[in-house]
Design a protein around this ligand. Structure first.
Ligand code: F0G
Length: 455
């Protein structure tokens, strides 16, 4: 089947164009694999008419602020509320929305003490409708799939994308096909895809193998691909940064720190920062830094060993399964925004991730392991002097604690590193462990436990 052109009806194509990130070719439509028809590289969405719209930064800020009082579905979405900077819809009711976005910005006083950075915040994207930051991108990309007339959407996933895609497909009356690596994603995420009615295939390969297969599939079958190669996903994920800056009264933080897997999210946040700067919404750029697990450190190696010129893929292995990715699709976009904002790229060990996750949890704010790399990475960046104690830092927590309860249970029971090379090093984490205690159902036993805990 020849590649279908997308999007077709419904989206006003004059409002945006697809631009190749490598050769710069600009076009009105994209093929189903969202690759440049000339050089095969990734596409991004660009808005050639923004400048002519005559809207000032003040206009935008006040329009977005007023919408917070509105009860219409599109304004209740923390993504579509910023629709002036997204691909335009002809009608508001075209958006498939679950009221995504609108996530809190928390202070982290205990982690601030641990890191020596008093102005430390967490933007908790795990409080989205399906429990991860993917929903912000999915509302835009699923909407674009439906407008283009697709009946099927599909993705390869380490779990969160599939959960989100399945939910938005169901809300939008579309069918969804999920490709996940067998045995390598958490049951919580898998169960979401099942509950939302996806056709779920556990493939005997890793995430990178699933994504390769999906990219071939979309050229052969009429399915719309919803991985972050799809540039509409990144447009939705951009809004995290708009909402963050609104919460900070448009005063940019010094640093924003994100986990890196397939590198779509860092690319999206970086794009948003550059756009906000160009539009005069912010007067200076925060430094955007990406943290990876040591066992899935393709971007770290690409920047260190190849100066960001060619991708160094790795065989990925980490218990933070969300970022168990060795061949990140958006590495060029991420390398670009890191350079443009002056951010850093670091890696952290499995023990450092587990420790950071427990420290965030001890603040009453749960996150999944992949999100905790941000705090672990911050500690390193402080040590290196890249982040200074007087600077403000925002950690992007990408997923909810409940996304991977097995990890948390194993950590607290002391089983997480049993039989691994990290077993010795992990002993240092014992003071953070709170294993469940089995007791006889007597008052005495409970009181003794309380007294023990007080010591
Ligand atoms: N954090 C979580 C919780 C994730 O699920 C992911 C990616 C990332 C961080 C990394 O973001 O890929 O944009 O660099 N999860 C994808 C998935 C790959 O399939 O759910 P990224």
């Amino acid at each position: 089947m020849p590649p279908l052109s997308t999007p077709t009806p419904g989206v006003r194509q004059t409002e945006f164009r697809f631009r190749c990130i490598a050769c710069g070719d600009v076009s009105d439509s994209a093929s189903q694999n969202f690759r440049c028809s000339h050089c095969g590289d990734l596409l991004e969405i660009t808005y050639p008419h923004w400048k002519e719209s005559g809207r000032t930064a003040q206009d935008l800020i006040s329009t977005w602020g007023q919408r917070r009082l509105s009860q219409s579905a599109i304004d209740l979405s923390g993504v579509w509320r910023f629709r002036e900077l997204l691909p335009a819809l002809e009608r508001d009711d075209q958006a498939i929305t679950l009221r995504e976005g609108n996530t809190p910005l928390y202070e982290l006083p205990q982690c601030a003490r641990i890191t020596g950075v008093p102005r430390l915040f967490a933007k908790h994207q795990g409080l989205n409708p399906t429990g991860s930051f993917k929903d912000a991108g999915m509302t835009v990309a699923a909407t674009s799939a439906r407008l283009a007339g697709f009946r099927w959407v599909a993705c390869a996933s380490t779990g969160n994308t599939s959960a989100s895609m399945a939910a938005y497909a169901a809300r939008g009356g579309m069918r969804s096909l999920v490709l996940v690596p067998e045995g390598k994603i958490s049951w919580s995420k898998l169960s979401q895809a099942l509950d939302y009615g996806a056709v779920t295939c556990q493939l005997r390969t890793d995430f990178d193998g699933c994504l390769r297969l999906l990219q071939e599939l979309v050229l052969r079958a009429p399915v719309y691909q919803l991985n972050s190669i799809n540039p509409f996903r990144l447009e939705g994920q951009k809004t995290l940064a708009f909402e963050l800056l609104e919460q900070l009264d448009w005063q940019p933080p010094d640093h924003i720190i994100v986990p890196g897997g397939n590198l779509g999210n860092s690319s999206a946040i970086g794009k948003a920062l550059l756009e906000m700067h160009a539009l005069g919404l912010i007067s200076r750029l925060p430094k955007l830094s990406v943290i990876q697990a040591e066992g899935a450190n393709a971007l770290v190696r690409t920047l260190r060993e190849a100066a960001g010129k060619r991708l160094i893929s790795v065989q990925a292995e980490t218990r933070a399964t969300a970022i168990r990715i060795g061949n990140p699709a958006s590495w060029k976009k991420a390398a670009h925004v890191l350079e443009a904002t002056g951010g850093a790229c670091e890696q952290v060990t499995e023990v450092e991730i587990a420790q950071a996750k427990a420290e965030i949890g001890a603040e009453g704010i749960g996150c999944e392991p992949a999100s905790a790399v941000t705090l672990a990475g911050l500690k390193k960046l402080v040590k290196q002097g890249f982040v200074k104690p007087q600077e403000s830092v925002v950690l992007v927590l990408t997923g909810n604690l409940l996304k991977d309860p097995d990890y948390t249970m194993e950590f607290h029971r002391g089983d997480l590193f049993k039989g691994t090379v990290d077993e010795g090093a992990s002993a240092a984490l014992n003071p953070l462990r709170r294993p469940p205690i089995v007791l006889d159902a007597t008052l005495d036993a409970v009181i003794r436990t309380l007294e023990q805990a007080e010591k």
